[in-house]
Design a protein around this ligand. Structure first.
Ligand code: PPS
Length: 396
């Protein structure tokens, strides 16, 4: 009798499971959306040695926030800029000695996570990162990347200083762009190509471009695409075997709508021509990105993973943020959460909900902490005996 009862129980359970699967199939719903805990399972230990080449104006600060949070929550070491510096020697080619502590404890000191701005120089990066490091970076359509760069670096970059608009610059770039001024003009032309360590003024000849694209393919396991940020996070999480919350992030370092300018259609075409190396880079890795996604996930699975990521971001926004809309500098009440401002860009940040309990507050603070503040925070954790980084603009 008891045996019959047990059999009935299992039969009902089986029927129920079949009904859920059938329903999910009919309604085109991924089962993991109905039972989220199923979807967070990953095979094998997470990858913990990661080098992210932080390209400029490509959503890279949002990725850096993800990596810093992972480093902090897993007690991993980060390769941080030495002394009072805020980047790893940029715009000069990276050298291992730009990393705090790289030369202490004898040569061979290795770090888990590396993600501050640097100009890629593989042999020197290899001196501070372990052999099994996962290398990745992110690219953005150079038309929009250049527009963001123009507004952000307007007064910093010689080529941009004396021109009123990007359209005017692109109509006659050689009037404003002086090659002999070298590195300080790197933000004005093929900036992603430059960050990868290549010559941003090289003629875009076919053999040269192909050889460099091959170099990038050899060095990096993954190139993400800023325009497809959520799909990028789904792919990254899969390859790193991380949990969903590890890759959920709020958009950081964004400009307010009024500081975004739009390029005329002719200006957009000129931007592709002016930044021909970046345009080739972007087109190539946009193609390989989608090929990789297709190889890793079915379209339905991709849709459901992106949906889960967005749902979780909405949940965390509701938990953490006073208002899900980002705020400008003067609206951010906690000065420590104000992002660095530059050029004509009005860079936005977030206010947290008041009255959060300590643990929630800590999680939420980390998610909205701007790059410089987070770096200074990790630096103090990692090097408590060294003078802390001085973020001058916070005192202003
Ligand atoms: N999640 C996500 N998806 C898409 N785009 C995003 C995301 N996060 C940040 N951004 C946009 O990235 C721009 C800032 O880039 P960076 O953080 O790389 O800039 S920096 O070089 O570190 O200053 C900045 O672009 P602009 O607003 O056009 O300047 C951000 O809006």
């Amino acid at each position: 009798m008891q045996k019959l009862g047990r059999q009935c129980f299992w039969a009902v359970l089986l029927l129920l499971a079949l009904a859920v699967l059938l329903l999910a199939g009919v309604m085109h719903v991924d089962v993991r959306l109905l039972m989220p805990q199923l979807g967070d399972q990953v095979d094998g230990p997470p990858v913990t040695n990661v080098m992210f080449l932080k390209t400029h104006k490509t959503a890279s600060s949002t990725v850096l926030n993800i990596l810093f949070r992972f480093a902090e929550t897993h007690n991993l070491s980060a390769a941080l800029p030495a002394g009072g510096r805020f980047h790893l020697g940029y715009p000069w080619l990276f050298l291992a000695r730009y990393v705090e502590g790289a030369e202490q404890g004898g040569p061979g000191r290795r770090f888990n996570i590396m993600c501050n701005h640097l100009r890629f120089n593989p042999p020197e990066v290899q001196k501070v990162m372990p052999n099994d490091t996962f290398y990745f970076s992110i690219l953005r359509n150079p038309v929009f990347q250049l527009e963001s760069s123009f507004v952000y670096y307007k007064s910093h970059v010689p080529a941009f200083r004396n021109v009123t608009s990007l359209d005017a610059f692109l109509a006659s770039p050689w009037t404003y762009y002086n090659q002999s001024l070298g590195l300080s003009n790197a933000y004005a032309r093929n900036s992603m190509w430059f960050d990868l360590g290549f010559d941003n003024d090289a003629p875009p000849e076919e053999d040269y471009v192909r050889a460099r694209l091959l170099d990038v393919e050899r060095r990096f396991q993954l190139l993400l695409i800023a325009e497809h940020f959520d799909e990028s996070m789904v792919l990254l999480r899969r390859l790193l075997r991380w949990r969903l919350d590890d890759v959920v992030a709020f958009r950081l370092n964004a400009r307010s709508r009024h500081s975004v300018t739009s390029l005329s259609p002719a200006g957009q075409e000129r931007a592709k021509h002016w930044c021909a190396l970046d345009w080739r880079l972007y087109q190539h890795f946009n193609r390989t990105f989608w090929a990789r996604l297709r190889a890793e996930l079915s379209p339905r699975r991709l849709r459901s993973e992106v949906a889960r990521l967005r749902e979780r971001r909405r949940e965390l926004a509701a938990l953490c943020l006073q208002d899900s809309e980002p705020k400008n500098k003067s609206q951010i009440t906690d000065v420590r959460l104000r992002p660095y401002q530059s050029g004509r860009a009005d860079i936005l940040g977030y206010n947290l909900k008041p009255g959060l309990d300590n643990q929630t507050l800590q999680t939420c603070q980390r998610m909205v902490m701007p790059e410089l503040q987070y770096m200074a925070h990790l630096y103090t954790l990692q090097f408590p005996d060294k003078p802390p980084k001085n973020i001058a603009f916070l005192g202003a």
